[in-house]
Design a protein around this ligand. Structure first.
Ligand code: CIR
Length: 259
């Protein structure tokens, strides 16, 4: 069984002041957010990942959403420059942590890129060009990834925060997608399963080994995944969802077998 390392980051006591783009601000219960985050970490650990939690930071409301701060492949780690200025100081601690596992390159301005916009399918990185990631960010990822044989392609998407809010890979050739936000034609040759029409946020799923971690609260889409024979584990993150977060954004997961 492959071994995985998962880096997470504690929920900031300032989470209620998080960045919000597509949803209205509602009250967030910090204690509940901490509890659901720790249950999420337990799920990752039960699925075989070694979980390393970085400390949170009162000055960084969104630091729990660590996915956005780096792109980690077998061969490299790119420390991003998050598209929301309020999040750009999140990267220092992540850079220090990743240096132990991968050769690290840090992005520079004017490029911006959020890890939530980066969907790797085989040797291709699809990078969503939305409110957080710009073409220079895509170029900087390409500069680091191409020497390792990756193709990097910028793609447009619709009215959601990140590319992976609207599409994720749930097996080698199967995408879980919200076609209202992401055009399935961007991914020729892959099979597609649509989210249930009344579960627009259900496309964000985290693949860990042979299991799909799927947000709780999307019972119809979860059931469709199970009907396809996929092993699905649900993680309830209702408070973090109020901060526009989902299952992929709370960890950086990479193989611990390569360097
Ligand atoms: C933000 O707006 O940046 C945070 N409130 C939510 C980030 C969620 N990240 C992700 O889905 N990759």
């Amino acid at each position: 069984m492959p071994k995985f390392h998962a880096i997470t980051r504690a929920v900031s006591p300032a989470l209620a002041e998080c960045a919000l783009t597509h949803i209205e601000r509602t009250a967030i219960d910090f204690e509940k957010a901490v509890a659901e985050h720790s249950a999420y970490e337990k799920i990752l650990a039960a699925l075989g990942a070694t979980v390393e939690r970085l400390p949170g930071d009162t000055a960084l409301p969104d630091c729990v959403f660590i996915e956005d701060t780096a792109v980690v492949a077998d061969e490299f780690a790119l420390i991003t420059r998050p598209g929301s200025p309020s999040r750009q100081n999140e990267t220092a601690a992540v850079e220090r942590a990743l240096q132990r596992y991968r050769p690290v390159t840090a992005m520079v301005g004017p490029g911006t890129l959020d890890g939530g916009d980066v969907l790797r399918i085989g040797r291709t990185f699809f990078v969503g060009l939305g409110t957080r990631t710009n073409p220079d960010g895509v170029r900087q990822l390409a500069r680091v990834a191409k020497p390792h044989g990756y193709h990097v392609q910028g793609v447009s998407f619709g009215d959601c925060l990140h590319l992976k809010t609207g599409v994720t890979l749930v097996s080698d050739d199967l995408l879980l997608i919200n076609p209202q936000w992401v055009d399935p034609k961007l991914f020729p040759g892959l099979r597609v399963i649509n989210v249930a029409a009344d579960e627009p946020f259900a496309a964000n799923a985290l693949r860990l080994g042979d299991t799909i971690v799927h947000g709780g609260g999307y019972p119809k889409t979860t059931e469709s995944l199970r009907q396809l024979g996929l092993k699905v584990q649900t993680a309830n993150l209702p408070e973090l969802a109020k901060a526009e977060g989902g299952v992929t954004c709370c960890s950086l997961i990479f193989s611990s077998e390569t360097k």
